[in-house]
Design a binder for this molecule. Sequence first.
Ligand code: MLT
Ligand code: MN
Ligand code: ZN
Length: 298
Amino acid sequence: MNFRARILGAAAGGGLPQWNCGCANCNAARRGEIPAQSQSSLAVSANGTDWAILNASPDIRTQMADAPVLHPTGLRNLPLKSVLITNGDIDHIAGLLTLREMQAFDLYSTSEILDFIGQNTVFDALREDVVARRAIRLGETFELVPGLECSLFSVPGKVPLYLEGEEVQTDLEGEQTVGVEMQAGGQKVYYIPGCAAFPSSLEERVRGADAVFFDGTLWADDEMVRAGLSQKTGKRMGHMSISGADGTMVAFAGLDVGRKVFVHMNNTNPVLRPGAPERREAEAAGWVIGQDGMEMSL
Ligand code: MLT
Ligand code: MN
Ligand code: ZN
Protein backbone atom coordinates (compact mmCIF):
# COMPACT_ATOMS: atom_id res chain seq x y z
CA MET A 1 0.00 0.00 0.00
CA ASN A 2 1.20 3.47 -0.74
CA PHE A 3 -0.68 6.74 -0.77
CA ARG A 4 -1.46 8.19 -4.19
CA ALA A 5 -3.32 11.35 -5.06
CA ARG A 6 -4.30 13.23 -8.16
CA ILE A 7 -5.57 16.78 -8.04
CA LEU A 8 -8.70 16.70 -10.17
CA GLY A 9 -9.41 20.39 -9.65
CA ALA A 10 -7.12 22.94 -8.01
CA ALA A 11 -9.43 25.97 -8.11
CA ALA A 12 -12.10 27.11 -5.67
CA GLY A 13 -15.77 27.48 -6.59
CA GLY A 14 -16.11 29.13 -9.99
CA GLY A 15 -12.86 27.73 -11.35
CA LEU A 16 -10.32 29.58 -13.51
CA PRO A 17 -11.70 31.16 -15.61
CA GLN A 18 -15.02 31.66 -13.85
CA TRP A 19 -17.88 32.02 -16.33
CA ASN A 20 -18.81 35.61 -15.40
CA CYS A 21 -15.43 36.96 -14.30
CA GLY A 22 -13.37 39.50 -16.20
CA CYS A 23 -10.55 39.75 -13.65
CA ALA A 24 -6.93 39.73 -14.83
CA ASN A 25 -6.38 36.04 -14.00
CA CYS A 26 -9.61 34.87 -15.64
CA ASN A 27 -8.84 36.83 -18.81
CA ALA A 28 -5.27 35.51 -18.87
CA ALA A 29 -6.59 31.95 -18.54
CA ARG A 30 -9.04 32.54 -21.41
CA ARG A 31 -6.15 33.74 -23.56
CA GLY A 32 -4.15 30.65 -22.61
CA GLU A 33 -1.45 32.74 -20.93
CA ILE A 34 -1.83 30.92 -17.60
CA PRO A 35 -3.17 27.39 -17.04
CA ALA A 36 -6.92 27.10 -16.48
CA GLN A 37 -7.93 25.20 -13.34
CA SER A 38 -11.13 23.33 -12.61
CA GLN A 39 -13.06 23.21 -9.34
CA SER A 40 -12.01 21.71 -6.04
CA SER A 41 -11.52 17.94 -6.00
CA LEU A 42 -8.85 15.37 -5.10
CA ALA A 43 -8.71 11.68 -6.07
CA VAL A 44 -6.92 9.33 -3.64
CA SER A 45 -5.96 5.66 -3.51
CA ALA A 46 -3.86 3.30 -1.41
CA ASN A 47 -3.63 0.35 -3.79
CA GLY A 48 -3.66 2.22 -7.12
CA THR A 49 -6.72 0.25 -8.22
CA ASP A 50 -9.57 1.47 -6.02
CA TRP A 51 -10.03 5.22 -5.85
CA ALA A 52 -12.01 7.72 -3.83
CA ILE A 53 -12.89 11.24 -4.85
CA LEU A 54 -12.77 13.87 -2.13
CA ASN A 55 -15.42 16.46 -3.03
CA ALA A 56 -17.57 16.15 -6.16
CA SER A 57 -17.09 19.36 -8.13
CA PRO A 58 -19.33 20.61 -10.93
CA ASP A 59 -16.40 19.79 -13.26
CA ILE A 60 -16.26 16.10 -12.29
CA ARG A 61 -17.26 14.84 -15.73
CA THR A 62 -14.26 16.31 -17.52
CA GLN A 63 -12.01 15.75 -14.51
CA MET A 64 -12.72 12.02 -14.67
CA ALA A 65 -12.37 11.93 -18.44
CA ASP A 66 -8.92 13.54 -18.08
CA ALA A 67 -7.76 11.06 -15.39
CA PRO A 68 -6.77 7.67 -16.84
CA VAL A 69 -6.74 6.08 -13.35
CA LEU A 70 -10.48 6.76 -13.08
CA HIS A 71 -11.54 5.37 -16.45
CA PRO A 72 -13.90 2.36 -16.58
CA THR A 73 -12.13 -1.00 -16.57
CA GLY A 74 -15.20 -2.83 -17.92
CA LEU A 75 -18.69 -2.04 -19.18
CA ARG A 76 -19.79 -0.71 -15.79
CA ASN A 77 -16.68 -1.39 -13.71
CA LEU A 78 -15.08 1.67 -12.25
CA PRO A 79 -12.00 2.38 -10.13
CA LEU A 80 -14.20 4.92 -8.28
CA LYS A 81 -15.50 3.23 -5.15
CA SER A 82 -16.22 6.13 -2.79
CA VAL A 83 -16.93 9.82 -2.71
CA LEU A 84 -16.30 11.87 0.43
CA ILE A 85 -17.67 15.38 1.01
CA THR A 86 -15.94 17.85 3.36
CA ASN A 87 -18.59 20.60 3.32
CA GLY A 88 -21.94 21.29 1.69
CA ASP A 89 -20.73 24.07 -0.62
CA ILE A 90 -21.95 23.86 -4.19
CA ASP A 91 -18.42 23.43 -5.56
CA HIS A 92 -18.12 20.26 -3.45
CA ILE A 93 -21.52 18.63 -4.00
CA ALA A 94 -22.91 19.65 -7.40
CA GLY A 95 -20.83 16.97 -9.13
CA LEU A 96 -22.86 14.29 -7.34
CA LEU A 97 -25.60 14.97 -9.89
CA THR A 98 -23.23 13.87 -12.65
CA LEU A 99 -22.68 10.53 -10.87
CA ARG A 100 -26.36 9.56 -11.12
CA GLU A 101 -26.24 6.77 -13.72
CA MET A 102 -27.29 3.93 -11.41
CA GLN A 103 -23.64 3.35 -10.57
CA ALA A 104 -22.94 1.97 -7.11
CA PHE A 105 -20.47 3.73 -4.85
CA ASP A 106 -20.38 4.78 -1.21
CA LEU A 107 -21.03 8.41 -0.29
CA TYR A 108 -19.25 9.39 2.92
CA SER A 109 -19.64 12.54 4.99
CA THR A 110 -20.81 13.76 8.39
CA SER A 111 -24.49 13.34 9.16
CA GLU A 112 -24.92 17.14 9.13
CA ILE A 113 -23.54 17.45 5.59
CA LEU A 114 -25.48 14.39 4.44
CA ASP A 115 -28.58 16.14 5.85
CA PHE A 116 -27.89 19.27 3.74
CA ILE A 117 -27.73 16.95 0.74
CA GLY A 118 -30.73 14.88 1.81
CA GLN A 119 -32.93 17.95 2.29
CA ASN A 120 -32.51 18.81 -1.36
CA THR A 121 -34.57 16.26 -3.27
CA VAL A 122 -32.68 16.76 -6.53
CA PHE A 123 -30.01 14.54 -4.95
CA ASP A 124 -32.55 11.71 -4.77
CA ALA A 125 -31.29 11.13 -8.32
CA LEU A 126 -28.53 9.25 -6.47
CA ARG A 127 -30.86 6.50 -5.34
CA GLU A 128 -30.08 5.39 -1.80
CA ASP A 129 -30.42 1.73 -2.76
CA VAL A 130 -27.61 2.26 -5.31
CA VAL A 131 -25.43 4.89 -3.63
CA ALA A 132 -25.05 4.08 0.08
CA ARG A 133 -24.89 7.19 2.28
CA ARG A 134 -22.48 6.58 5.11
CA ALA A 135 -22.53 9.03 8.00
CA ILE A 136 -19.18 9.18 9.79
CA ARG A 137 -18.78 10.56 13.30
CA LEU A 138 -15.92 12.97 13.97
CA GLY A 139 -12.93 10.94 15.09
CA GLU A 140 -14.31 7.61 13.86
CA THR A 141 -11.88 5.52 11.79
CA PHE A 142 -13.11 4.05 8.52
CA GLU A 143 -11.63 2.51 5.40
CA LEU A 144 -12.54 4.89 2.57
CA VAL A 145 -11.09 2.57 -0.07
CA PRO A 146 -9.09 -0.63 0.53
CA GLY A 147 -5.94 0.17 2.51
CA LEU A 148 -6.77 3.82 3.14
CA GLU A 149 -7.66 4.40 6.80
CA CYS A 150 -9.44 7.71 7.27
CA SER A 151 -11.02 9.88 9.89
CA LEU A 152 -12.79 13.23 9.84
CA PHE A 153 -12.15 16.16 12.18
CA SER A 154 -13.81 19.56 12.43
CA VAL A 155 -12.04 22.66 11.16
CA PRO A 156 -13.30 26.22 11.66
CA GLY A 157 -15.81 27.11 8.96
CA LYS A 158 -19.40 28.08 8.28
CA VAL A 159 -22.57 26.66 6.80
CA PRO A 160 -22.87 26.65 2.98
CA LEU A 161 -23.62 30.00 1.34
CA TYR A 162 -27.13 28.84 0.35
CA LEU A 163 -27.98 28.14 4.02
CA GLU A 164 -26.61 31.37 5.48
CA GLY A 165 -29.07 33.31 7.64
CA GLU A 166 -28.91 36.95 8.75
CA GLU A 167 -26.09 36.29 11.19
CA VAL A 168 -23.25 34.11 9.99
CA GLN A 169 -20.76 32.51 12.32
CA THR A 170 -17.62 31.99 10.25
CA ASP A 171 -15.59 29.98 12.76
CA LEU A 172 -18.04 27.24 13.68
CA GLU A 173 -16.40 24.02 14.75
CA GLY A 174 -18.67 21.08 14.22
CA GLU A 175 -19.82 18.80 11.47
CA GLN A 176 -20.41 21.38 8.73
CA THR A 177 -16.76 21.74 7.68
CA VAL A 178 -14.30 18.91 8.13
CA GLY A 179 -10.79 17.88 7.22
CA VAL A 180 -9.75 14.35 6.32
CA GLU A 181 -6.89 12.40 7.87
CA MET A 182 -5.64 9.55 5.65
CA GLN A 183 -3.15 6.82 6.44
CA ALA A 184 -1.65 4.27 4.08
CA GLY A 185 1.62 2.39 4.17
CA GLY A 186 2.71 4.24 7.30
CA GLN A 187 2.22 7.66 5.70
CA LYS A 188 -0.14 10.29 7.10
CA VAL A 189 -1.78 12.80 4.78
CA TYR A 190 -4.33 15.54 5.38
CA TYR A 191 -6.88 17.11 3.05
CA ILE A 192 -8.27 20.43 4.32
CA PRO A 193 -9.70 22.42 1.38
CA GLY A 194 -11.66 24.90 3.53
CA CYS A 195 -10.38 26.34 6.79
CA ALA A 196 -11.34 29.65 8.43
CA ALA A 197 -8.66 29.75 11.13
CA PHE A 198 -5.78 27.73 12.54
CA PRO A 199 -6.41 26.77 16.17
CA SER A 200 -3.64 25.10 18.16
CA SER A 201 -5.55 21.79 18.01
CA LEU A 202 -5.18 21.81 14.21
CA GLU A 203 -1.54 22.79 14.50
CA GLU A 204 -0.84 19.78 16.72
CA ARG A 205 -2.81 17.49 14.44
CA VAL A 206 -0.92 18.26 11.24
CA ARG A 207 2.53 18.62 12.84
CA GLY A 208 4.94 16.15 11.25
CA ALA A 209 2.47 14.94 8.59
CA ASP A 210 3.91 13.45 5.42
CA ALA A 211 1.72 15.65 3.22
CA VAL A 212 -1.03 18.26 3.53
CA PHE A 213 -3.39 19.56 0.86
CA PHE A 214 -4.64 22.87 2.27
CA ASP A 215 -7.07 25.73 1.63
CA GLY A 216 -5.31 28.22 -0.67
CA THR A 217 -8.42 30.24 -1.54
CA LEU A 218 -6.96 33.73 -1.25
CA TRP A 219 -3.52 35.26 -1.07
CA ALA A 220 -4.79 38.22 0.98
CA ASP A 221 -7.94 38.55 3.06
CA ASP A 222 -9.17 41.65 1.17
CA GLU A 223 -8.12 40.42 -2.28
CA MET A 224 -11.63 40.27 -3.76
CA VAL A 225 -12.64 43.60 -2.22
CA ARG A 226 -9.57 45.35 -3.65
CA ALA A 227 -10.20 43.79 -7.06
CA GLY A 228 -13.69 45.35 -6.99
CA LEU A 229 -15.32 41.95 -7.31
CA SER A 230 -17.03 41.48 -3.96
CA GLN A 231 -17.64 43.05 -0.57
CA LYS A 232 -16.53 39.84 1.10
CA THR A 233 -13.25 39.20 2.81
CA GLY A 234 -11.72 35.75 2.99
CA LYS A 235 -12.62 35.55 6.67
CA ARG A 236 -16.26 36.27 5.87
CA MET A 237 -16.18 33.43 3.32
CA GLY A 238 -14.71 31.05 5.90
CA HIS A 239 -11.19 30.94 4.49
CA MET A 240 -7.90 31.94 6.08
CA SER A 241 -5.47 33.51 3.61
CA ILE A 242 -2.03 32.42 2.49
CA SER A 243 -0.13 35.61 3.41
CA GLY A 244 -0.08 37.76 6.53
CA ALA A 245 0.64 37.30 10.20
CA ASP A 246 -2.42 35.07 10.70
CA GLY A 247 -2.00 33.42 7.30
CA THR A 248 -1.24 29.87 6.25
CA MET A 249 2.46 30.27 5.46
CA VAL A 250 3.11 31.55 8.99
CA ALA A 251 0.81 28.92 10.53
CA PHE A 252 2.73 26.04 8.91
CA ALA A 253 6.23 27.40 9.46
CA GLY A 254 8.06 24.96 11.70
CA LEU A 255 5.36 22.27 11.61
CA ASP A 256 7.69 19.88 9.79
CA VAL A 257 5.15 18.81 7.16
CA GLY A 258 6.77 16.78 4.37
CA ARG A 259 4.83 18.15 1.41
CA LYS A 260 2.57 21.19 1.52
CA VAL A 261 0.21 21.74 -1.39
CA PHE A 262 -2.28 24.54 -1.90
CA VAL A 263 -5.64 23.58 -3.38
CA HIS A 264 -9.06 25.34 -3.66
CA MET A 265 -7.54 28.57 -5.01
CA ASN A 266 -9.87 31.37 -5.98
CA ASN A 267 -9.40 32.73 -9.49
CA THR A 268 -8.19 36.09 -8.12
CA ASN A 269 -5.25 34.47 -6.32
CA PRO A 270 -1.92 35.72 -7.72
CA VAL A 271 -0.25 32.35 -6.98
CA LEU A 272 -2.17 30.99 -10.00
CA ARG A 273 0.17 33.01 -12.23
CA PRO A 274 3.46 31.22 -12.91
CA GLY A 275 6.26 33.63 -12.14
CA ALA A 276 4.20 35.95 -9.93
CA PRO A 277 6.19 37.22 -6.92
CA GLU A 278 3.50 35.91 -4.55
CA ARG A 279 3.85 32.43 -6.05
CA ARG A 280 7.63 32.57 -5.66
CA GLU A 281 7.17 33.63 -2.03
CA ALA A 282 4.86 30.68 -1.33
CA GLU A 283 7.24 28.29 -3.07
CA ALA A 284 10.17 29.68 -1.08
CA ALA A 285 8.14 28.86 2.06
CA GLY A 286 8.01 25.24 0.89
CA TRP A 287 4.56 25.23 -0.70
CA VAL A 288 3.58 23.63 -3.98
CA ILE A 289 0.86 25.43 -5.91
CA GLY A 290 -1.55 22.66 -6.86
CA GLN A 291 -2.80 22.36 -10.40
CA ASP A 292 -5.19 20.17 -12.32
CA GLY A 293 -3.71 16.77 -13.09
CA MET A 294 -0.85 17.03 -10.58
CA GLU A 295 -0.10 13.64 -9.01
CA MET A 296 1.57 12.65 -5.76
CA SER A 297 2.85 9.25 -4.75
CA LEU A 298 4.33 8.63 -1.30
C1 MLT B 1 -16.38 28.62 -0.66
O1 MLT B 1 -15.50 27.75 -0.64
O2 MLT B 1 -16.25 29.69 -0.04
C2 MLT B 1 -17.62 28.32 -1.38
O3 MLT B 1 -17.41 27.33 -2.30
C3 MLT B 1 -18.25 29.52 -1.97
C4 MLT B 1 -19.38 29.16 -2.86
O4 MLT B 1 -20.21 28.29 -2.51
O5 MLT B 1 -19.47 29.72 -3.96
MN1 MN C 1 -15.44 26.24 -2.10
ZN1 ZN D 1 -11.70 36.03 -12.08
